[in-house]
Write a protein that binds this ligand. Structure first.
Ligand code: FAD
Length: 415
């Protein structure tokens, strides 16, 4: 049995950022990070890999270089939570006790919920940017596409980075035009949703983008099966009330699938999960990020119940709130810092074009960190997406540093 004052489940985007911020505020905190992976990925870069802009190697670094020096790294996987005893159990059989727990193990990709997908993916035209082993295959398919049906899907669950399933499509569309195969290609976006994006302003501009590009959008369509043998995708079709009214089958020559997603199973099966919800997110207060039943537990990032769009940009803002509020809680002070639902999903709408879609996820309203109208496709935001943000992620965010000023410096440097 081990004991640490503060234990993290997961040292990914949210965990590393929060741990670094805490140690910047107080070096003497006794922090352990339970994290099984020896690699740290810049997941937003997988979209760029699928679009042929980055190599997959550009998106990965060694975890050891990002675990803060003053923290203890337990390279193991949590399998069981026992919040009534303030302990977690790992796969290797270690019991780790804590005074305070921060839960941020990310999201689970539920490939198995689409029939035939697990067997079909990674070959014969079936791909996904949601995993580093398939993102390079996306680019193989796009750059060698001879024409035909190119399908892009969105699942009927919340996902991390709600824009990712369509960013890849705009890069594919650009590439098909460059290759001269677009006129014999049918580009289709199939989604259970009834609009292109959660925020009306961004949705409206995306409506224009798909119309200009001649992309066939099918709302109320949910992928349920991939038939690898015959290269067919099968969808449930809903009516306005959400009832299934039809089935739609379409041939594909390539299909990019965003898999259904939920909280990791060990969270779902624990007392920390939102009760009665199939997704199983960690049940936290949406402002303080403190657990609704266990006050010495906080959660942030993709695994949390925060009702905003799940992104690394959101996790960065949440990390600052958790760090402040946990220190206040340890000092028996009130939790004064409140997360406002901020999130950001830079919408690549083609090579050299990005809408920096920043928004308040709690109210569905547009916000901006830049002195520019965000509801616009911009070259400078493509530069931000492909060079600025990855640099900030590795050199500022994961190290727990504030960097609002860097945005402005970046823009001055580009002008
Ligand atoms: P993660 O960063 O996934 O980290 C979770 C960590 O927990 C991992 O290191 C994992 O190994 C560990 N873990 C898992 N299970 C256990 C366990 N049982 N015990 C201990 N540790 C465990 N975000 C943006 O802001 N902008 C974008 O443009 C963007 N684009 C994206 C495109 C794609 C294709 C994808 C896949 C994601 C994108 N994201 C984007 C989303 C972003 O990557 C995530 O929202 C962010 O990484 C969430 O941070 P997290 O710490 O909650 O989860």
């Amino acid at each position: 049995t081990l004991h640490h004052q503060i234990v993290f489940i997961g040292g990914g985007s949210a965990g590393l950022t929060t741990a670094s911020m805490l140690l910047k505020k107080n070096k003497s905190l006794d922090i352990a990070i339970i994290e099984p992976s020896h690699k740290q990925y810049y997941q937003p870069g997988w979209t760029m890999t699928g679009g042929g802009v980055f190599q997959i190697e550009d998106t990965v670094r060694d975890k050891k270089d990002f675990i803060p020096r003053q923290a203890t790294w337990i390279a193991d996987r949590v399998v069981k939570l026992d919040p009534d005893r303030n302990a977690v159990a790992t796969k290797e059989g270690i019991l780790v006790e804590y005074d305070y727990l921060i839960v941020c193990p990310g999201i689970q990709l539920d490939w198995h919920l689409i029939k035939g997908l697990k067997d079909a993916i990674g070959k014969n035209g079936v791909t996904s940017n949601y995993a580093p082993n398939y993102a390079p295959y996306t680019w193989e398919l796009i750059k060698n596409f001879p024409g035909g049906n190119a399908l892009f899907t969105f699942p009927n669950t919340p996902v991390k980075c709600g824009g990712a399933p369509q960013k890849v499509m705009y890069m594919a569309d650009d590439t098909f035009r460059k290759l001269g195969v677009r006129d014999r290609t049918n580009v289709m976006f199939l989604t259970p949703a009834t609009k292109m994006f959660a925020v009306p302003e961004y949705s409206a501009i995306l409506d224009k983008v798909v119309a200009e590009r001649g992309i066939d959008v099918k709302f109320r369509h949910n992928l349920k099966e991939i038939k690898g043998e015959t290269k067919e995708a099968v969808f449930d079709v809903f009516d306005d009330s959400g009832a299934v009214v039809d089935e739609f089958t379409h041939k594909y020559d390539m299909i990019h699938v965003a898999p259904p997603q939920s909280a990791p199973d060990f969270i779902k099966q624990s007392p920390l999960a939102v009760s009665g919800s199939a997704y199983g997110w960690v049940d936290v207060d949406k402002y303080t990020l403190q657990h609704n039943r266990y006050p010495n537990i906080f959660s942030l990032g993709d695994a949390s119940s925060l009702p905003t769009s799940k992104t690394a940009a959101a996790a960065r803002k949440q990390a600052a709130i958790v760090a402040e509020n946990l220190l206040a809680f340890i000092a028996s002070q009130p939790l004064l810092h409140k997360y406002d639902g901020y999130t950001c999903c830079p919408l690549i709408t083609g090579y050299g074009k990005t809408i920096m879609a920043e928004f308040d996820g709690y109210n569905g309203t547009v916000v901006s960190s830049f002195p520019l109208n965000p509801v616009k496709e911009r070259w400078i935001m493509w530069m931000m997406k492909t060079t600025g943000l990855p640099w900030i992620y590795w050199n500022r965010m994961l190290k727990g540093e504030q960097f609002e000023g860097d945005y402005i410096k970046f823009m001055q440097w580009r002008q």
